[in-house]
Design a protein around this ligand. Structure first.
Ligand code: HEM
Length: 206
């Protein structure tokens, strides 16, 4: 067994990633599977399926987001705001003689995108879906509320690509500059765009 710090660090990192998979897995299910599926169902089938499917999927989705976020903040504190044997305060991963390290810039880039995504889940997508599922939205407002939830969900899907670069680059890459940040944004967004394009036709291959 390693020292307590290494064990706590590994368990928090593991919790963070397993919760992140739960969150982003459901986000991709909603965007790549459920959007085209709903378009193919008639109203009677939607009324039978959605009250069973959506509350379950939304539960894993929003609580996955919350645990990812909280474990991520603990991980950030352990790595960047704490030094074993010294105490709390910016660690050597956070600042060096030149100021903010490249590693810190990468994780701050990833965390900023992830925070916007967490906000969209808890402040826009879930409140809208809860009101829709409990029948609290007047009929005339339903399309606008659905659209708002859809746009927040689509935004999150696009942000997830570059956000994951920001999560992986701190310990697996290095240099953070405008070129590497643009590469992360471009490749991340391209992967999501290709997946959305594919999602409207994959059902036809089955
Ligand atoms: C919600 C806000 C989030 C915060 C505050 C956060 C914070 C962090 C921090 C501090 C690290 C450690 C970086 C380092 O090693 O220097 C990290 C790593 C990581 N995060 Fe996040 N994160 C968030 C969201 C996410 C999401 C949504 C995912 C999706 C799966 C994710 C997946 C990962 C992965 C895979 C790693 C790298 C693990 C490794 O290389 O060992 N994070 N995150």
């Amino acid at each position: 067994m390693s020292d307590w710090y290494s064990n706590v660090h590994l368990v928090v990192r593991w919790l963070h990633v397993i919760a992140g998979i739960t969150w982003i897995g459901h986000l991709y299910f909603f965007n790549f599977v459920n959007v085209p599926l709903q378009g193919a169902l008639d109203d009677a089938t939607k009324k039978a399926v959605n009250p069973q499917l959506m509350p379950r999927a939304l539960w894993w989705f929003r609580w996955g987001a919350m645990i990812t976020f909280l474990a991520g903040l603990v991980l950030f504190t352990l790595l960047y705001m704490y030094t074993p044997g010294v105490g709390f305060g910016p660690s050597s991963l956070m600042v060096d003689a030149d100021g903010l390290t490249d590693r810190a810039m990468w994780i701050l880039f990833g965390m900023t995108l992830a925070f916007i995504m967490w906000y969209n889940v808890w402040m826009i997508i879930w409140p809208a879906q809860r009101r829709l599922l409990t029948g609290k939205v007047p009929a005339a407002d339903i399309p606008a509320v659905r659209r708002r939830a859809f746009l927040a969900s689509r935004t999150n899907t696009f942000l997830s690509g570059p956000m994951l670069f920001g999560m992986l680059a701190p310990s697996h890459y290095g240099a953070m500059n405008s070129g590497s940040a643009l590469l992360a944004i471009g490749l991340g967004a391209l992967a999501i765009w290709c997946s959305i394009r594919a999602s409207s036709s994959v059902g036809k291959l089955a």
